[in-house]
Design a protein around this ligand. Structure first.
Ligand code: ACM
Ligand code: ZN
Length: 696
C-alpha cells in the first residue's frame, strides 16, 4: 500500500438499496476528497472540451440503481455484480454506463448528470476511466455528516487533445521509493496524465534490477554521497551495496511489475528509459569492458564498436521489456561526448566496415540497431532529440527537449514527436523568485510560463498529426527528497495536464490559475507538498516597468565587448530603460565574459550633474555567473580625460542561491558629459550580468 493514498476507491462507499439488498458500489473514480470537496462545477482541471452545468445535483445519499450496459469496459466505475434488472427499485434514479461509439478516440467520453441520473458513455475502457476521473473532481459531499457524494447537474462531452500527457521523473540523480511513485501516479490520474517516464539510469545511479547483470545495481546503484551536488563536485565514487557509506537504491523487478499494474489501473503507462550510448558512467564502472578503454570511473559512453555492447544492451532491454509492457521504450541518446570513439580500434574498425564518416554516424548506427531490435519485439524506440540526426526509421519517436522547431525535421522524415522543450517543460527550473526558493538548476519557469507553451504556434495542422503530446520533465540533480520533488512538480504539472488534455485553443491563464490554485490547496491538504501558489511572488518587479533616468537612450561605447550569447538589446541594452527578470536568459540581461569584464562609456549628450550611477548584477554560481570583484565610475567632460569618482571592491563568494546586488556611486553632484563604468570579475572568473546603468 502506498504511504499516502489518493482515494482511488470510493472513500465513503455508497450503500445502494436495491432489491432489498445492500449493494456496495465501488464507483472507483467517483472519489471524494472529504470535507475539502467543492461543488464548483467550473473548477475541472484539465478543462473538458465541452461542459454545461445546470442547477441541482445527483445525490448518492438517496437510493439509485446501477445499470451497466458496458460490461467490463466500465469496470473502473462499477465493480459490483452486473445488475440486469432495470426495474424501478432505484426509485426511478440510476447511474447508467453505456457503450457508445465515438470518433474522438479511446479516451473520449460523455457524461450527463441530472438530479435523478448519471449517464456515462464511452467507446472504450479508457473513456470510462477518464469519465470516472472527471466525476472524481465533481464529487462533493452534501454535508459533513454524510460521506455520500453528490455530483452537480451537467453535460460534458470530452476527449483528449493529445494522446501523450506525461511526466518524466529522474530517479537516478536522487532515488525515490516506490511508494512515492505510486503517490505521484494517484495524483497524475486525477489530472488525466497518462505517461510516467522513469529515467532509470544515469551516472548517479542505475535503478532497475537486471538479473543477468547484477553489478549494475550491486555497485552502480550506490554512491559515496546522498547529495548529488556533493557527489558530483566530489569523488563521483560508487560503493558496493551493503557497504558503509553506500547511498542510493534500486527497484526490484517485482516492485516494478507491481507498479506497472498499479499505474495501468489508473490509466497510466510507465515508460522506462535506459540511457545509451552516453550518461552511463555507473554501468561502465560496474562493467568496464563495455567502454572503449575498459577503465572504470573514466568513461561515460558505451563502445559502439564492440559487439559485446550490443549483446549486453539487448539483454538489458529484454528484461526491461519483460517488466514494462509499454509499446514505447526510451533509450536516451542525448549528450554523447563520443570522446573515446575516435581513438578506439574497435570503433574505428566498425566505422571503416560500415563506411561511417564520423563518430556521429557511429551513434546513428547504434541507435538504428536498437530501433530494429525493439521493433523486432513489437516495441518502438523513443530517444531525446539528438537522435534526429540518426537517420531514423518510421516508428521512432523523438522526445524534444531543445528546440521545438528542430522537431519539424523529424516530422518531415515521417517520425512522431513528444514535446518537452526546456523552455516550457523543465520543472527543475525555479518556479518563483529564485532568492526565495531552494536551490534549483537555474532559470525561471513559473506556472504561467509552463501554461504559455502552445504547440499550435510551432506546427501546421498536418504536422500536428505527428505530435503525440507533451511532457513535463523533472531532472533531480537539485531535488534531493520526495517532498522536494512534489514541490517542483505541482502545480506546474497541472499546466502540462491542461495543455495535453484540453489543447490550447481556449487559453485563459487567469481562469487556469484560479483552478490550479484550488487544486494546489487540495493537494496540500492531502499531504502532497505542492508549492504554495497563493504565496507566489512572481516576476522580478523591476522587469515590469521602464526606468527613467538621465542616461535613458544615451549612446554607449563598449570599451570591451559584451558576450555574444547574451546580447540582450545589443548596444542599447544598458540604457534602454528595460530591466531584467529573475533569469539571465530572459533577453534583458547583458553578459560579459573575460578578464576585462564590463567596461562602457556613456555619452549623456550634454554636460549634466551626475549624482548617482547604479548597476545591478546577478549571481548564479551553478551557471558561473558571479558578482563583480570591483565596480568603478569615472567621469569626463570631453570623453578623453576621465576622473575616477567611485571604486568599490568586494570579495566574490559562492552562494547556493541566486542573488542580486546593486553597485552604486552616490555623490553631491559631478559635472560631466561622459560616464565610464567598469566592473571586473573576481577569482572565479565566469560571467558578469547587468541589465541597465541608471544615471541620475
Ligand atoms: C536532456 O535534458 N539531456 C534530455
Ligand atoms: Zn570504442
Amino acid at each position: 500500500m502506498p504511504v499516502w493514498a489518493f482515494p482511488h476507491h470510493f472513500s465513503g462507499n455508497a450503500h445502494v438499496y436495491f432489491m432489498n439488498k445492500i449493494v456496495t458500489l465501488s464507483l472507483s473514480m467517483l472519489c471524494c476528497f472529504g470535507t475539502s470537496c467543492r461543488l464548483e462545477a467550473q473548477s475541472l482541471l484539465p478543462k473538458p472540451q465541452n461542459a454545461a452545468f445546470q442547477k441541482g445535483a445527483f445525490s448518492t445519499a438517496k437510493p439509485f440503481a446501477v445499470i451497466n450496459e458496458a460490461g467490463d469496459m466500465a469496470r473502473n466505475l462499477y465493480t459490483a455484480p452486473l445488475i440486469e434488472n432495470k426495474s424501478a427499485d432505484g426509485k426511478g434514479r440510476a447511474a447508467v454506463f453505456r457503450k457508445s461509439d465515438t470518433a474522438k478516440g479511446r479516451e473520449a467520453y460523455r457524461l450527463r448528470v441530472t438530479a435523478d441520473s448519471i449517464i456515462v458513455e464511452a467507446a472504450a475502457a479508457e473513456g470510462f476511466l477518464r469519465a470516472g476521473q472527471t466525476l472524481g473532481q465533481l464529487a462533493a459531499t452534501a454535508s459533513k455528516s454524510s460521506a455520500a457524494p453528490s455530483y452537480p447537474c451537467c453535460t460534458i462531452t470530452d476527449a483528449a487533445a493529445f494522446e501523450w500527457r506525461g511526466i518524466m521523473l529522474d530517479v537516478s540523480r536522487h532515488f525515490f521509493p516506490i511508494e512515492f511513485l505510486k503517490k505521484q501516479i494517484d495524483v497524475m490520474a486525477r489530472y488525466k496524465l497518462n505517461r510516467l517516464h522513469l529515467h532509470l539510469t544515469d551516472a548517479a545511479g542505475w535503478r532497475m534490477e537486471i538479473k543477468r547483470y547484477p553489478r549494475l545495481t550491486g555497485l552502480g546503484a550506490w554512491r559515496t554521497d546522498a547529495s548529488w551536488k556533493k557527489w558530483w563536485n566530489g569523488d563521483r565514487g560508487y560503493v558496493e551495496e551493503g557497504q558503509p557509506g553506500a547511498n542510493g537504491g534500486y527497484y526490484t523487478q517485482a516492485q516494478l511489475r507491481e507498479l506497472v499494474g498499479y499505474a495501468a489501473e489508473r490509466g497510466v503507462t510507465i515508460v522506462p528509459e535506459i540511457e545509451m550510448p552516453a550518461h552511463s558512467e555507473e554501468a561502465l564502472t560496474a562493467y568496464p569492458e563495455y567502454s572503449c578503454t575498459h577503465e572504470p570511473y573514466k568513461q561515460a559512453d558505451f563502445c559502439p564498436g564492440n559487439a559485446g555492447v550490443y549483446d549486453f544492451l539487448e539483454n538489458v532491454l529484454l528484461e526491461v521489456m519483460d517488466v514494462f509492457p509499454s509499446k514505447d521504450i526510451h533509450v536516451g541518446g542525448d549528450e554523447a561526448g563520443k570522446a573515446s570513439w575516435g581513438n578506439c580500434p574497435l570503433c574505428q574498425r566498425k566505422m571503416r566496415e560500415e563506411g561511417l564518416k564520423d563518430v556521429n554516424q557511429l551513434q546513428a548506427s547504434l541507435i538504428r540497431h536498437f530501433e530494429q531490435f525493439l521493433e523486432s519485439h513489437g516495441r518502438h524506440l523513443i530517444g531525446w532529440d539528438e537522435i534526429i540526426e540518426d537517420n531514423l526509421q518510421k516508428n521512432t519517436n523523438v522526445m524534444v527537449w531543445r528546440n521545438v522547431d528542430e522537431s519539424k525535421k523529424a516530422i518531415a522524415a515521417g517520425n512522431r514527436v513528444i514535446l518537452s522543450p526546456g523552455k516550457f517543460c523543465y520543472l527543475d527550473s525555479y518556479q518563483d523568485a529564485p532568492p526565495t526558493q531552494p536551490e534549483a538548476i537555474g532559470g525561471y519557469l513559473p506556472l504561467e510560463h509552463v501554461y504559455a507553451f502552445n504547440p499550435l504556434e510551432y506546427f501546421n495542422a498536418e504536422e500536428l498529426k505527428s505530435v503525440r503530446g507533451v511532457q513535463g520533465n523533472l531532472w533531480t540533480e537539485y531535488v534531493p527528497t520526495p517532498e522536494h520533488a512534489e514541490y517542483m512538480l505541482y502545480p506546474r504539472m497541472l499546466a502540462i495536464a491542461e495543455i495535453g488534455w484540453n489543447g490550447t485553443k481556449a487559453k485563459d491563464f487567469d481562469d487556469f490559475r484560479r483552478r490550479a490554485l484550488a487544486e494546489s490547496e487540495l493537494l496540500r491538504g492531502k499531504g502532497v507538498n505542492a508549492f504554495d501558489l497563493k504565496g507566489e511572488i512572481g516576476e522580478r518587479p523591476e522587469r515590469d516597468h521602464t526606468v527613467k533616468h538621465n542616461a535613458l537612450h544615451a549612446k554607449v561605447t563598449y570599451n570591451a565587448p559584451y558576450g555574444k550569447p547574451y546580447p540582450a538589446g545589443g548596444e542599447t541594452a544598458l540604457t534602454d530603460g528595460l530591466q531584467g527578470g529573475w533569469t539571465y536568459g530572459d533577453g534583458r540581461w547583458q553578459g560579459f565574459i573575460g578578464k576585462e569584464g564590463l567596461d562602457v562609456t556613456i555619452d549623456l549628450g550634454k554636460t549634466r550633474t551626475v549624482s548617482s550611477v547604479a548597476a545591478t548584477f546577478m549571481q548564479v554560481c551553478g551557471a558561473e555567473i558571479y558578482f563583480p570583484a570591483s565596480f568603478s565610475v569615472a567621469v569626463s567632460a570631453d570623453g578623453k580625460a576621465f576622473k575616477e569618482i567611485y571604486l568599490s571592491e568586494n570579495t566574490v563568494e559562492k552562494t547556493d542561491k541566486p542573488g542580486f546586488r546593486t553597485e552604486q556611486f552616490k555623490g553631491r553632484g559631478e559635472k560631466a558629459r561622459y560616464v565610464r563604468v567598469k566592473a571586473l570579475p573576481g577569482a572565479f572568473g565566469g560571467w558578469l550580468f547587468t541589465d541597465e546603468i541608471i544615471v541620475k
